[in-house]
Design a protein around this ligand. Structure first.
Ligand code: CA
Length: 267
């Protein structure tokens, strides 16, 4: 089951890279300091732009207007390491997109990152700058899905890589003891803003039917219908026969009887 879960995560992520359009970009009319830009993006949108692959960069460079101050993006130095401000994750080597000669920390406190948009040279590349400088805030909004409700007799285990109940969030159902999920796959918030499937429900566990032993009888409670978790069955033998095994079985939380079916043996 764990293997399946990871497999579906992997498949999904690969699909997404090709899909794109799972977020929209927004930028401020006014220039602001890095701190204000971060606050502004979080107040009105999801966060500062943190998506960096060649296709996205080309898209940003194509549609954003030229601003001589350029644009703040969601990367800054935290504890002396370049960090994504949204996730607080360290920037990996392969994600880095510095312009040649950057980061140069020329004024010794260039702790925030701008992206060159429509610059003659190095368009789409990054430069470290003083955080107190005034630049355009570049933000994004991620596609969101409806918040999921926990099923009866179950809880949700979710992961939200971008934002709560948003694109790329996934949830799976954990059912209470004696209940099982109607679906094993996690559900995903897709790029269309819909969940990949309805949330699975938790249904009560059921045990297989039992047969009366030869020369004996079987009485179950409830007498009719499915034998659900905690149902009991009692066994008895005709005169001249003796029960070998347990005279009472109970349906366990995992859908198995708590013992072997008994037999009636002649005395
Ligand atoms: Ca610099």
């Amino acid at each position: 089951m764990i293997g399946l879960w990871f497999l579906s995560v992997l498949t999904y992520r690969l699909m997404v890279l090709e899909e794109g359009n799972c977020w929209t970009y927004h930028y401020s009319e006014k220039n602001m300091t890095y701190k204000l830009a971060e606050k502004w993006c979080r107040k009105h949108y999801t966060n500062m732009v943190a998506i960096q692959n060649k296709k996205e960069i080309a898209h940003l460079n194509a549609f954003l207007p030229f601003s001589p101050t350029y644009y703040w993006i969601g990367i800054r130095k935290i504890d002396n390491e370049w960090t994504w401000v949204g996730t607080r994750k360290r920037l990996t080597e392969e994600a880095k997109n510095w312009a040649p000669g950057e980061p140069n920390n020329r004024k010794n406190d260039e702790d925030c990152v701008e992206i060159y948009i429509k610059r003659d040279k190095d368009a789409g590349k990054w430069n470290d700058e003083r955080c107190s400088k005034q630049k355009v805030a570049l933000c994004y909004t991620v596609v969101t899905c409806d918040q999921l409700k926990e099923p009866d007799q179950g809880t949700l285990e979710c992961s939200h890589p971008l934002q709560n109940y948003s694109y790329n969030s996934s949830c799976k159902v954990q059912c209470a003891e004696g209940y099982e999920s109607t679906g094993f796959e996690p559900v995903w918030c897709t790029s269309s803003g819909n969940w990949s499937a309805p949330t699975p429900a938790c249904r009560v566990v059921q045990c297989d039917g039992l047969n009366a032993p030869a020369h004996g009888s079987l009485t179950c409670s409830p007498a009719f219908g499915n034998l659900l978790w905690n149902s009991t069955c009692e066994f008895a033998c005709e005169a001249g026969f003796v029960l070998k095994g347990s005279d009472r079985l109970q349906c366990g939380a995992s859908g198995k009887w708590d013992g072997e079916q008994p037999e009636c043996e002649s005395t």
